[in-house]
Design a binder for this molecule. Structure first.
Ligand SMILES: Cc1cc2nc3c(=O)[nH]c(=O)nc-3n(C[C@H](O)[C@H](O)[C@H](O)COP(=O)(O)O)c2cc1C
Length: 136
């Protein structure tokens, strides 16, 4: 029997916040990790669960992530997809922004994290990241 795996696929910017989150998540769940700024052709056939990560600039998610999802629609169909967003907005603004990106990507299971989180874990990430990891 084939054992399918998990992958974290992300793009990050200057501050590398998304990269740090992606690495923490991938390590916690034993997933393979891909940085879309280094590799854009990924064979997703061996993964049954994929967690996408992006930052936000001026309301827009990072282009490599959007393009990857658009270009791989067929191969991603039927897989468990998750999305995490690394951003600075919180509360209603953050919720709205997250919903917009979630709809745009067609990934309904979407969360966002930022440094203004009330609770941090021992690794210095928002405690909500650990709640997210438990579901992956
Ligand atoms: C030019 C610029 C524009 C940004 N625009 C937004 C925004 O519209 N909404 C938001 O929530 N965060 C915004 N941010 C914050 C980043 O999304 C946030 O710092 C994120 O963690 C960056 O991830 P990265 O380090 O992986 O690039 C912006 C940051 C920069 C530098």
């Amino acid at each position: 029997m084939n054992r399918m795996g998990k992958a974290v696929i992300y793009a990050t910017g200057m501050t590398k916040n998304t990269k740090k989150l992606a690495e923490y998540i991938a390590k916690s769940i034993g997933a393979e990790i891909f940085n879309l700024k280094e590799i854009t052709k990924i064979d997703v056939s061996g993964f049954d669960e994929i967690i996408f990560g992006t930052g936000i600039h001026a309301g827009k998610p990072y282009k490599p992530v959007k393009e990857f999802i658009e270009n791989n629609k067929e191969s991603l169909a039927g897989k468990k997809l998750f999305l995490f967003i690394s951003c600075m907005y919180n509360d209603e603004k953050g919720d709205r922004q997250c919903e917009t990106v979630s709809n745009d990507f067609g990934i309904s299971d979407a969360v966002y994290f930022n440094k203004k989180a009330e609770e941090m874990n021992e690794a210095g990430f928002p405690a909500a990241v650990d709640e997210f990891i438990k579901r992956l």
